[in-house]
Structures are given as C-alpha cells and as structure tokens.
Design a protein around this ligand. Structure first.
Ligand SMILES: [Zn+2]
Ligand SMILES: [Zn+2]
Length: 336
C-alpha cells in the first residue's frame, strides 16, 4: 500500500470521552431530496473525472429516480401485526430477499429507461431498449439475483436500471412506513443483525459521519437499497463487529511523510479496513465535505477500491449501480 497512509482509530476510551447525549438510531431517507442530491453530487464529481461520462449518466439515472419517487403509486405495506411479528423476531419488516414485490416496479423501470433514452451514451442504448421490451418474469428474475446477491443469471448491462427501480420502490415503502402512525413510535428499530439495514436487511454501500445536531460526529451505515441510515459506533468493524484492528486508508496522501499522513487522516473519504475479517467499507465524513453522498462518492472512488483490494482486503459495501462479477450467459430480456 505505497500510495496510502494508514491511521490508527481512536481508542474506545477516547471516543467514549467525546460522547454526548442520546444518539438517534435511524436517519430515514429524505424522500423529497435523496436521489436529487445524489444526482447533484454525481454531476459535481463528474467534472474533470476520468470516468466523467459514466458519472454524468449515473446523475441522469438518479434524477430519473427522483422523478419516479415523487409520484410512486400506492403499494401494499406490512400491517401492524406483520410489523409486530418482525419486531418480535428481530428481523427487518421489508426484507429485500423475501418481500412479495408488487409488479408496479416494472413500470417504474420502464419509465426510467425511457427517461434516459435521450441522454444515454450510444453504448447504453441497447440496455435501455432491453428494459423497454422486457417481460415481467424476466424483470422478476433479475430482481431476485440483485436482491439476493447472486451474480449467475444477472444481466450486468441492465442491472443498474433494474436496481434503480428497486431502490425507488424500497425507498418509497420505507418512507411510507415511517410516515404512518405507529403505537410504538417507530415501525421498526434494532434487529438481530446490526451489520444489515434494520428496514430491509440489505448491506450498506458505505458509512457516513454526520456533521449536525445531536448526531454530530456519529457514524451511520447507508443502506444500498432503501437509503435508510442506521447508527453504528465507530469503534466497531461494520462487517464483523470486531473492535480491535480497524485502520483508515485514503488516496489523499502519497508516501509516509508527516504532512501526507495528516492529509490522509483528514480526507473526506477513506477506506476503513479490518484485520480480523479482512474486509473494508468506505467511510465518508460530511464535516470535511458537506456534499459527500454515499452512492455517488463510492462510484467516483473506484481507484481507492483497487488500492485497498491490492492490499488484500475484500469489499464489504454493496453498490447496486456498480456490480463486480461475470455472470454466465445472461437470459434473453424478451424471453418468458
Ligand atoms: Zn434498507
Ligand atoms: Zn471486521
């Protein structure tokens, strides 16, 4: 890891000494702005970036997602009994892998693909056309692959559009559920697996430290599917929960000079590595850059992934817009 500097995490005592009052467990997705802010950040990151055209296209995709979320049709949600049952079992109420999906999301995917036709680069047109003509069963099979992390049978070319529609669907359900009055105050809370989203059970894309209010300096994991953010103390590895071997790496510092080291420690985006599970998750600091956005900044920092994976760490974060892997012969989108 020659081009990065590594910085030890604060000890538990140091962090406890800085602790304040109660920390909110959840920061729900902001329905009115979630995807629009992502689009804005992607456009900002695209300027002068080696992957500028790609990031610009992803910005158009996020903008199309915001438009779909704004007028999402009513869909079934878990009722009070189902919420109580999930809560009792320590499970999320809208599990990505098991929730019976309403086919309304197929139409969302098709409208997103149609919205992108004008701005899409030539290389993406075929994928958009494939979504336009895709049958419901094929879309459902693609969704199964995406939501259960199975790469075999997944068509990588259309996956970002399918994923975009599923993100809109789950973000809609999460915010609709939170907006509904509930006896307990919140429709869901902590589950048995603190490394997975308490709303849908998905893995995080990255974590983000917040820079305002009661959550100042606290770290939240950002769900790759529904956009929910849940609190996890910074001393724990977000993958294996170990508190022993966390370190931070960034692209900001070259060499091991003192100046380089302090720049790395102050970087807005770092990879948090764990020597117990050999995994890593990116961490973004909104006090250092107020515009960091987990999905956008993750897409724009693939170089950091290469650097950290060369050092032997495995990516723990999931970004549905950028999947790694080579599926075997993808099925025909127009098929049965
Ligand atoms: Zn979620
Ligand atoms: Zn770990």
């Amino acid at each position: 890891m020659t081009a990065s500097a590594s910085v030890r995490v604060m000890t538990p005592e140091e962090i406890a000494a800085r602790g304040g009052g109660e920390t909110a467990f959840l920061h729900p997705p902001q329905r009115a702005t979630l995807f629009a802010e992502r689009a804005m950040r992607l456009r900002q990151l695209a300027r002068g970036h080696a992957m500028g055209d790609y990031l610009q296209f992803m910005a158009e995709l996020a903008q199309a997602q915001q438009a779909r979320l704004a007028d999402f049709p009513a869909v079934p949600l878990p009722d009070a009994d189902a919420l109580e049952r999930a809560f009792g079992l320590g499970r999320p109420p809208l599990p990505a892998a098991d929730w019976p999906r309403d086919p309304v999301w197929h139409g969302v995917a098709k409208v997103i693909a149609a919205d992108l036709q004008r701005s899409a680069p030539a290389g993406a047109k075929a994928a958009l056309e494939a979504i336009a003509t895709a049958g419901g069963d094929w879309l459902e099979r693609q969704a199964d692959c995406l939501l259960t992390g199975v790469m075999q049978g997944l068509d990588l070319a259309t996956a970002p559009i399918v994923a975009a529609a599923l993100q809109v669907y789950w973000t809609h359900m999460a915010s609709a559920l939170l907006a509904r009055p509930n006896e307990r105050g919140a429709p869901f809370g902590r589950t048995d697996d603190e490394t997975a989203c308490p709303c849908c059970g998905s893995r995080p894309t990255a974590s983000i430290t917040r820079s305002s209010g009661e959550s100042l300096g606290q770290r939240y994991l950002h769900c790759s599917l529904c956009g929910m953010q849940w609190h996890m103390v910074r001393i724990k590895c977000p993958n294996c929960l170990s508190t022993k071997s966390l370190a931070y790496h960034s692209l900001d510092a070259a060499g091991s000079s003192e100046e380089g080291g302090s720049r790395a420690a102050g970087a807005a985006l770092q990879a948090e590595t764990c020597d117990d599970c050999h995994g890593y998750l990116k961490i973004m600091h909104s006090d250092r850059d107020p515009f960091v956005e987990p999905v956008a900044d993750d897409l724009a920092s693939v170089t950091l992934d290469l650097l950290v994976s060369e050092a032997g760490y495995q990516r723990h974060g999931v970004n549905l817009m950028l999947l790694f892997g080579a599926p075997e012969a993808p099925p025909d989108p127009g098929g049965p």
